[in-house]
Design a protein around this ligand. Structure first.
Ligand code: SAM
Ligand code: SF4
Length: 341
């Protein structure tokens, strides 16, 4: 009886048409960034006017509505989440849900502002962060990020570690750019005590180059790494899309996110909120719902709850990413920084 009431009032758990429970919300808190990674952004980007971006209070309200409906994990991302003014107060207010429905509050960051914020994030209840790092070579780092300085990011990672945060490094595998140092990255992560996830480059948004030139299937990366490390299977899962192996020599994990060589949609439990309040039910599809229109004019959450319920009925079965010669350079026109990686 309770479930029937919840369903009709739009307040029950979120289950999509394929029976997948939606328990993970990613929020892009800004489309802006203090780097310009070549595979992610063009050097010159048109960013959103501030009036279109959700206020921190609106983000909190929407995230809270999802938590009431069974979302147990929230990840703040972007753009670069740590360039959003007031980000720590948002983390603080979301942190109050921890242990009261929310199991985990986390961030994906480029690490550039991490030294400044690590302590406050830990105090607010963040226990681990993902830091994107594609190389340990300062010149390469500058080439990939265009504006970044490697030592500053390494300082950020050290500060996060000192604050007690667990760190997972995200590395995009790029043919001809970092493919020769992926084994060294894995060894460094093992030494430093970080988990590591490799990612295939995805065709999202036009950038200044053709991603096909640097697309490196992780099947190749994995085979190369297996010459240096012994991989043991593990059933470790984080609620994210990575599949993990354990490195026998060190006991640490390496994850592989393979949207192109192995589609992971069948176990998808997540939805993504953009900085303007559009809810994307799939990273690789264009359909979205406008939650800002439900939240901005209305102090009551009834419209928001109804909009969320309706959106989840439209969650598609999966994405259709393909990368290669003869394919459009961008499968979806949105950059990863808009929807939040
Ligand atoms: N700025 C933060 C960062 O870099 O960690 C958070 C946002 S960024 C869009 C999130 C992740 O998406 C990063 O790990 C980045 O390397 C990855 N990414 C960006 N564009 C991508 C693309 N086209 N294909 C695969 N991964 C991408
Ligand atoms: Fe910025 Fe992250 Fe995109 Fe790099 S990957 S440009 S750090 S949003």
């Amino acid at each position: 009886m309770k479930d029937v009431i919840a369903e009709t009032t739009g307040q029950g758990p979120l289950v999509d048409p394929f029976g997948r429970a939606v328990t993970y919300l990613r929020v892009s808190v800004t489309d802006r960034c203090d780097f310009r990674c070549t595979y992610c952004m063009a050097e010159t980007m048109q960013f959103l006017p501030k009036s279109e971006v959700l206020s921190l209070e609106e983000i909190e309200r929407i995230a809270s509505a999802f938590i009431r409906r069974g979302v147990r994990k929230v990840r703040l991302t972007g753009g670069e989440p740590l360039v959003r003014r007031g980000i720590v107060s948002l983390v603080d207010s979301l942190g109050r849900h921890l242990g009261r429905g929310l199991d985990e509050l986390t961030l994906t960051t480029n690490g550039n502002q991490l030294a400044k914020h690590a302590e406050a994030l830990a105090t607010a209840g963040v226990r681990r962060v993902n830091v994107s790092l594609d190389t340990l070579d300062p010149d390469r780092f500058r080439r990939i990020t265009r504006w970044g300085e490697l030592p500053r990011v390494l300082d950020g990672i050290a500060a996060a570690k000192a604050a007690g945060l667990a760190i997972k490094i995200n590395t995009v595998a790029l043919r001809g750019i970092n493919e020769d140092e992926l084994g060294d990255m894995a060894a460094w992560c093992c030494r430093e005590g970080h988990d590591l996830t490799f990612i295939e480059t995805m065709p999202m948004g036009e950038v200044d180059e053709d991603r096909t030139d640097h697309y490196l299937p992780l099947s190749i990366v994995r085979a190369e790494l297996a010459k240096r490390f012994t991989f043991r299977p593990t059933d470790y899962v984080t609620g994210g899309p990575a599949r993990y192996v354990e490195v026998a020599e060190t006991g640490r994990r390496i994850g592989f996110i393979t949207p192109l060589t192995h589609n992971f949609c069948e176990s998808c439990n997540r939805v993504r909120l953009t900085a303007t309040g559009r809810l994307y039910m799939c990273l690789g599809q264009e359909d979205s719902a406008d939650l800002r229109a439900a939240v901005r004019p209305s102090p009551s959450d009834a419209d928001l709850d109804a909009a969320i319920t309706e959106a989840i009925t439209r969650k598609p079965k999966g994405h259709d990413f393909v990368i290669g010669r003869g394919q459009p350079r961008a499968a979806v026109p949105r950059h990863m920084s808009v929807t939040g990686g």
